[in-house]
Design a protein around this ligand. Structure first.
Ligand code: GLY
Length: 450
């Protein structure tokens, strides 16, 4: 494993107050900024041999949340099995009625419900709860501080936090609770949250300008209650966004029939949510199987990022400019790109049909490409997109994103259910920046011209 030797000397003291409020230490924020500025990846171990002893604690705290946790040179890994048993097992249960989601809620649990969900379902939700307005643009450390303050005010020790909402709610509250040492029970209300974000234990927030979900923890829920009735209030755009992740799971699991069933749901207008409901547990079980083999993303779990290398970069790019895009739309483009690369570099066949399917699920692919402007405008966004690709949590480069030497890492396939492994056995394939950019331009041209 690569390592990075931190120097001695003062720490900048950026956002000291926020840092102290969240981590009980004024230096963590500055160390995080320094780690991102140095282009460190999650796979780079932190060597603290030269760090002054008065700062060691701050580095340890920062390393725990930088890209959900780095290793330190000299660390002895706790056997993974023990960690899973003690902290990471949880039950995903599908229930038939809304009230059943709340059956396990105890008097001293804190129940936090997304404001939009509460507005619609208030009368049916039993017991006391707090409402919070969650949004992707405010998925940051400031909002985590607000939630930490709420939990500190309401949380008697040893009780749980119940989160009712979509992926942003789960990520934010899960992270805030994790910082305080609590685990959450999720009651996901969007398709995306049911089949993806409520599972797997990754929680965290965006850290600009370095992109999505860059600061966080692995903190498994205590349980997940799936009631598909929530889906009845979702519009087509949200259902399609979730469907993209569901299709990704079907593809990674090599389950072509499941892919076709999900496509049948996508092809009807409005989207056939009844059909989706009947497939939810199948989709969930694919992700759960991967996570159970590699809970802390030391290897195989990276495959769940299929389509997310470019997808996350697009989402960050669009959100920064105030474009309204869904996670699924961006991942659909990322998947189209990854399928094209899988065909070109890994000999995958039959990608054309899958690409047409993804375009059908995400009819906005052309509009998204237009964010970059015309072909003549592409060079002006090149540095920014490459910077985002290299800052993505899978990119591994010890060099600044601004240099030419970084590599972009993709999850690619040789066939449905079969991941292309690199020569070293890694689950991702590295492409030099220059090649990566040419490939993106090709996909852009393809999407604009067809
Ligand atoms: N919470 C999302 C994941 O762990 O993949």
């Amino acid at each position: 494993m690569d390592s990075f030797e931190w120097g001695s000397g003062e720490i900048a003291g950026e956002e000291a107050e926020l840092s102290f409020a969240l981590f009980g230490d004024a230096n963590v924020y500055s160390i995080l900024v320094a780690a991102f500025s140095a282009g460190l990846s999650r796979d780079t171990a932190w060597n603290l041999a030269n760090v002054e002893s008065r700062f060691l604690h701050s580095f340890h705290l920062a390393g725990k949340v930088f890209k959900r946790g780095v290793t330190f040179v000299g660390d002895i890994e706790t056997p993974i099995r023990h960690k899973i048993d003690a902290e990471h097992s949880y039950c995903v249960k599908q229930v038939d009625r809304l009230e059943q989601c709340f059956e396990t809620v105890r008097r001293d649990d804190v129940v936090i419900i997304d404001q939009g969900v509460a507005d619609y379902w208030r009368l049916q939700i039993p017991g006391k709860f707090l409402c919070f307005k969650f949004s992707e643009v405010e998925k940051n450390l400031l909002t985590v501080r607000a939630i930490v303050n709420i939990l500190r005010a309401h949380q008697p020790p040893r009780s749980r936090v119940i989160v009712v909402g979509g992926g942003v709610a789960g990520d934010l509250v899960g992270f805030a609770a994790g910082i305080l040492g609590f685990r959450c029970h999720y009651i996901p209300t969007t398709l995306l949250a049911m089949i993806d974000s409520s599972l797997g234990g990754k929680v965290g927030v965006n850290f600009e300008p370095w992109g999505k979900n860059q600061i966080g923890l692995f903190r498994s829920p205590v349980g997940v209650s799936i009631w598909t009735g929530w889906l009845s209030t979702l519009d087509d755009v949200q259902l399609r966004s979730g469907l993209v992740e569901a299709l990704k799971h079907a593809l990674l699991g090599g389950q072509t029939q499941l892919w076709h069933d999900l496509m049948d749901a996508a092809k009807s207008t409005p989207v056939n949510d009844r059909l989706i409901r009947s497939k939810i547990l199948d989709v969930i079980s694919i992700k759960q199987a991967v996570i159970s083999r590699d809970p802390f993303e030391r290897g195989e779990r990276a495959i769940l990022n299929f389509g997310h290398t470019l997808g996350h970069a697009l989402e960050t790019f669009a959100t920064k400019r105030g474009h309204s895009v869904t996670h699924g739309e961006c991942v659909a483009i990322g998947m189209i790109h990854a399928l094209r690369l899988s065909a070109e570099y890994c000999g995958m066949t039959g990608v054309e049909e899958m690409i047409s399917d993804l375009r059908l699920v995400c009819p906005n692919s052309k509009r998204l490409c237009k964010m970059f402007g015309t072909a003549d405008d592409l060079p002006s966004v090149k540095e920014e997109i490459l910077g985002l690709l290299l800052a993505d949590k899978k990119a591994s480069s010890n060099l600044s994103a601004a240099t030419d030497s970084g590599h972009v890492k993709y999850v690619l396939l040789t066939a449905p259910g079969s991941i292309a492994r690199s020569q070293s056995g890694a689950w991702t394939v590295s492409h030099p920046q220059a090649t990566a950019w040419l490939d993106i331009v090709k996909t852009w041209n393809f999407l604009m011209s067809t």
